[in-house]
Design a protein around this ligand. Structure first.
Ligand SMILES: C[S@@+](CC[C@H](N)C(=O)[O-])C[C@H]1O[C@@H](n2cnc3c(N)ncnc32)[C@H](O)[C@@H]1O
Length: 227
């Protein structure tokens, strides 16, 4: 992520869907003036508490990334969002418009997320898919586990995720007025992101997902600028 973003010293940075602020505070540690945004009130509260405990300056806002709050337009040099972002979002054009509206001219969006192809996979051997590649239709899941913890919960939770293909994501960015600088697909990742039963860890410590012996992309990074 830091490689895709570059130096952030002195930069006004908006971290979208920042959860409890761990990533946002890492950018603050690297010298950025950080605003974190998440629609979970609990997450925002925890992020504020974490910033205080760490003695770091950062501002956290409770808001939906599909609608930029008043007063934040044209305020940022960088909008970043990472790992577990767009599958939670129904309206990708609205999300991209938020990013573009938040940026100053010359600023950039850097989005790093799980690859839509990987999200389709239910089992690797045999190869079975249980999620569409694209289209954005709501996909309802029931689970007794939660992505923030490996602990099994007593209650079943209902989650909704939305499939968006790379073409849809890049087109939405362009339609929002962003210029695509680079789109990179990665065949390995630092973290299995809950797919350790499907992925293989190489001697280099990187995780890969093989289908019929072929590596498939597990993450992508999009960098797009506001001209
Ligand atoms: C997997 S977490 C992101 C983790 C974070 N990027 C990190 O690296 O720590 C997904 C986050 O998206 C937030 N979220 C989901 N939909 C949202 C929306 N429409 N607007 C704002 N936040 C949203 C959730 O509250 C949650 O904190």
């Amino acid at each position: 992520m830091t490689a895709a973003v570059g130096s952030v010293s002195g930069v006004d940075l908006l971290h979208g869907q920042c959860h409890f602020g761990l990533g946002a505070l890492s950018w603050a540690r690297l010298g950025a003036q950080v605003t974190g945004l998440d629609f979970s009130g609990v997450a925002v509260e925890r992020a504020r508490a974490l910033a205080t405990a760490a003695g770091l300056d950062a501002w956290f806002v409770q808001a939906d990334t599909q609608r930029l709050p008043d007063g934040l337009s044209g305020s940022f040099d960088l909008v970043v969002a990472s790992y577990g972002v767009l599958p939670w979002i129904e309206d990708i054009p609205a999300w991209m418009t938020t990013a573009a509206t938040a940026l100053r001219h010359g600023g950039a969006l850097v989005l790093v997320d799980g690859h839509p192809l990987t999200q389709m996979i239910d089992t690797v051997d045999p190869v079975r898919f249980d999620f569409p590649y694209q289209g954005g239709a709501a996909h309802h899941l029931r689970s007794t586990t939660f992505y923030a913890s490996s602990a099994t919960r007593l209650q079943t939770t209902r989650t909704v995720r939305y499939p968006h293909g790379l073409g849809e994501i890049v087109t939405a960015a362009a339609d929002a007025g962003l210029w695509i600088d680079v789109l990179t697909e990665y065949l390995d990742a630092e973290d299995p992101s809950g797919r350790q039963d499907q992925m293989t860890r190489g001697r280099d410590g990187r995780w890969r997902l093989l289908l019929s012996g072929q590596q498939i992309p597990v993450e992508y990074a999009l960098r797009a600028s506001l001209p």
